[in-house]
Design a protein around this ligand. Sequence first.
Ligand SMILES: [Zn+2]
Ligand SMILES: [Zn+2]
Length: 270
Amino acid sequence: MLDILSITMTGSRYNLHGHTQFCDGHAPMEHFVRQALDERFTHYGFTPHAPTTVQSTCNMSRDDVPRFLDEVRRLRQVYGDRLVIMAGMEIDYIDGFGPADPYFQSLPLDYRIGSVHFIPSLHDENCSVDVDGRFERFREKMERHFDGDIEWVVRTYFRQMTRMVEQGGFDIVGHLDKIGLNASQYQPGIDCQPWYDALVRDLFDAVMDHHYIIEINTKAWNEFGRTFPSERYYHMLRRAQAPVVFNSDAHYPHLINAGREQAISRYLAI
Ligand SMILES: [Zn+2]
Ligand SMILES: [Zn+2]
């Protein structure tokens, strides 16, 4: 496997989490490569939302996986002398199905990100609900699928994350506490409560026990001034000497570096 940490330790400009036309990104892969070259990046990793078990327009279909891998190979031929281009995936963990599945393990990927975007409905455990999207939609789902029980949603998100970590099959833990953004808009201050803090810390301990790399995801920085994990956990990460990567989770080429420099300088200032 690619030595991910050697990329980040050189202080190089990189992004290992990005979406394109193959899932819910808004430009072809080549546009991201050109932007990366313009911004003097040394490494760019593509991580389409992987095929999954639920109906989702955001996820790549299995039929598209060979085309995605072909496009990475083509781009390497054209631009590979100036930029290290990597093939990854952001793989959903949904109730037992996730990165550890033999299908994902068989793919010739440079690395895998494990993430939770879906949790089961309170009413029907076989119905998976996307809790990752914009807040307006999240608020509707809170009533329709979760009877407004935000604590149940948060606890279930962290339970799914912990199960994913225990099951394994990936390299980087994606946006560790992402549920905190929608949850804290639904109930301001929820992410400062002791029980919430304990969930984050318990998950962090499990992640460290299993030796994963932790992503500091900067996708929401421009709009919300927040990273995942939240800045309040930087001290915990630094004290534990956690292996971290700073990713923009870009869906548009002009955002490939969004929030990264700010997060890195704040992280290093602690
Ligand atoms: Zn994600
Ligand atoms: Zn993503």
